[in-house]
Design a protein. Structure first.
Length: 386
């Protein structure tokens, strides 16, 4: 190796050494406070301050929390029995949904400076706020009398985003430029196999909604994250709907975020940082229940994609942990994940100083094999289904 390096240009040597160190990054695992419950089964998020949102309990008595500077901060309701978190900004502002007193219908809500603000579009039966950017622009959905519609809320005003030909549209991501991505039905005709209309991911920019197409040759996909450079990540069924892969979309160019081979056929991608690291999950096909981009059968494994190559995060942590999925990564490389062993809990993965490689001979190799499956619901929340 020294002879080889001596023949390479100094910038290339530095690049190779940096890549080698980065490739060996290992993580300390920090369980989140018990008061947060097992709220990563939902839409838990992490920002660059290290703040986290999560939920405890189940509808209609769930509670949303902001974990900030080591403190668990309860988020007040709109007067009713529940709060649910969905999105977290870099300023620690939170969006989600809540209910009013004596009314279990969900309403889109924004929490900032200790206050809760209702941001429901006019004419809604119910609504939810899914993502928020640095400028408090919010991606909101509204269930109306004939359609589920997507909006962008900004300074008290709503902008209707349009549709792709069907009557159901959800906005799942927003960047600081106000671009929105999501998932929309392309017709109202149910697919004969899954009995729901097919969906495509979309990009809304400067008043125009663009259909991302069939991605991998099937008509079930969605776009779930967009960064400030316009890079989009999502999940798409492969042709035949017998598998689903995460994808990275950059200006129309698609990169396949493959599952961990050879055991898995489904991969879900959820979050990306500035360095292009992407996190999600890899698992098996759950047949005869729904499109694979919505359903995954376990055992499943938390995944980090670097340069589109999947890495099992279980190989980067101590042997006692069994990480099944990851939902967020920030620019410091910290990862919000979930572990099934030695207990079920949300955890924060902190990159270790020194980046010492894990000794594989010390790991147990038996996967978790309980009767579990994961699914994404209509708001892109992860739920466990037994």
């Amino acid at each position: 190796m020294p002879r080889l390096l001596s023949r390479l240009a100094p910038p290339l040597i530095a690049l190779l050494l940096a890549f080698a160190a980065h490739a060996q990054t290992t993580y300390d695992v920090v369980p989140l406070p018990a008061r947060l419950g097992d709220g990563i089964y939902g839409d838990a998020a992490l920002n660059n301050r290290g703040s986290v949102i999560a939920d405890s309990g189940e509808y209609p008595t769930s509670n949303g929390y902001l974990w900030k500077n080591g403190r668990v901060i309860p988020l007040p309701s709109l007067g009713g029995t529940f709060t649910v978190t969905h999105g977290l900004s870099e300023l620690d502002h939170v969006v989600g949904l809540s209910c009013q007193q004596d009314n279990l219908s969900p309403h889109a809500a924004l929490w900032r400076d200790g206050q809760v603000i209702e941001i429901e579009p006019p004419g809604s039966f119910d609504s939810g706020a899914l993502r928020i950017n640095r400028f408090d622009e919010v991606a909101v959905f509204s269930d109306g009398p004939s359609a589920t519609s997507a909006y962008k809320w900004s300074n008290g005003s709503f902008t209707f985003l349009g549709d792709l030909g069907g009557s159901v549209t959800y906005p799942f991501g927003i960047n600081d430029a106000g671009d929105v991505v999501g998932q929309a039905a392309i017709s109202n005709v149910p697919d004969p196999r899954f009995h729901i209309p097919p969906n495509h991911g979309f990009l809304w920019h400067a008043g125009t909604m663009t259909d991302l197409g069939s991605i991998f040759g099937a008509d079930f996909n969605g776009a779930f994250y967009i960064d400030n450079a316009g890079r989009i990540i999502g999940i798409a069924d492969l042709a035949g709907d017998q598998a689903a892969h995460g994808f990275l979309w950059i200006g129309g160019r698609i990169t396949d975020l493959r599952p961990l081979a050879p055991r898995d056929v489904v991969s879900w991608a959820f979050s990306m940082n500035k360095a292009g690291q992407i996190v999600g999950s890899s698992g098996l096909l759950r047949e005869h229940i729904g499109p694979p981009y919505d359903f995954m059968r376990c055992p499943c494994h938390a995944v980090l994609w670097e340069n589109a190559q999947p890495i099992d995060l279980n190989t980067r942590v101590a042997a006692k942990w069994n990480l099944d999925f990851a939902t967020a990564i920030n620019d410091k490389g910290e990862i919000l994940a979930h572990t099934m062993k030695p207990f079920s809990a949300p955890v924060l993965l902190i990159p270790q100083q020194g980046n010492h490689p894990v000794v594989r001979t010390l790991r147990k190799t038996e996967p978790y094999i309980g009767p579990r499956q994961l699914r994404r619901d209509s708001s892109n929340r992860i739920a466990e289904v037994w």
